[in-house]
Design a protein around this ligand. Structure first.
Ligand SMILES: [Zn+2]
Length: 285
């Protein structure tokens, strides 16, 4: 599915879409009572009562500007091991077929932008070829915010999962000389630039796309689930700096609400944000 942003088309490239997160493991404030009270609009699009899991997707966004083919975030990846979430070990998803269906072959991608370096955003940086992890996007520069890389190095030194992620999904692109470290306000070209959106992780960035007066914000994990339209102050369990994550989310809502701004989140469908008497509504496109 592609979404128009002015004269550009942004495509969702979906790796997985279905029951995924245990509700209070993703959103600690989402108690079973609160979930029951909101079951009407949540079921079945955003909550699967049979599996008792929030319905979420894992996805990238791909776009072609006048100058470049760009992929934002790279999902979980196939054949990875050592992930804490059992669903993310040994993945066998037709992600590259989905990328091809969106009109992109891996070797044609010029830039891979990583909003942050969590497990579900870096996986397709690499793929396994003859027993070795090699860059999936052979001709791409992978743009990584310096601060985020330092944070990953810290995680990799202290947790087994992130040591593994560093080895299988980051080190191979570094060794291939394909990583470019950038500041969090880096401009890629005249229609795509980064903007800091810290909180979920210290170096988290959003990708702002502008064309002909229309704007989209590829927001990564600034927000995780449609439930957060009702509760902008609810963080995910994975948000590192709670206070900063709340501020960044509020800023996104306030800057986007009631304007022609598409919000493209990491784990659910593209939407526009509207303000309501109670707070905010997400209008899916
Ligand atoms: Zn994520």
């Amino acid at each position: 599915m592609s979404i128009s942003v002015g004269s550009l088309a942004v495509s969702r490239v979906i790796e997985y879409d279905g029951p995924l997160f245990i509700p209070d493991e993703l959103l600690p404030d989402l108690t079973s009572e609160r979930l029951a009270a909101e079951a009407g609009w949540m079921t079945p699009d955003f909550y699967d009562p049979a599996q008792k899991r929030l319905v979420s997707c894992v996805q990238s966004y791909a776009l072609r500007t006048r100058h470049h083919a760009i992929l934002v975030d790279t999902c979980v990846g196939n054949g990875k091991t050592g992930r804490r979430n059992p669903l993310w070990n040994g993945g066998d998803w037709p992600y590259l077929d989905n990328l091809a269906a969106a009109g992109f072959r891996p070797e044609t991608i010029d830039f891979v932008i990583l909003t942050h370096l969590h497990v579900d955003h870096v996986g397709w940086n690499t793929r396994l070829v003859d027993g070795r992890w090699v860059p999936t996007f052979a001709n791409a520069k992978y743009l990584i915010v310096k601060r985020e890389f330092e944070y990953l190095r810290h995680l990799a030194a202290t947790t087994a999962q992130y040591k593994q992620i560093y080895e299988d999904s980051i080190r191979p692109i570094l060794d291939a000389g394909q990583v470019v470290f950038v500041e969090n306000d880096h401009e890629i070209d005249d229609s795509v630039k980064l903007a800091p959106s810290p909180g979920h992780t210290p170096g988290h960035v959003s990708v702002h796309v502008r064309s002909k007066g229309t704007e989209a914000v590829i927001a990564g994990d600034v927000l995780h689930h449609p439930f957060q339209r009702l509760h902008p102050d609810w963080n995910s369990r994975a948000c590192e700096d709670g206070e900063q994550a709340r501020k960044t989310r509020r800023r996104l809502y306030e800057a986007s609400a009631d304007r022609d701004v598409l919000v493209l989140a990491g784990h659910f469908a593209p939407c526009r944000i509207a303000s309501t008497r109670e707070g905010f509504d997400f209008r899916y496109v």
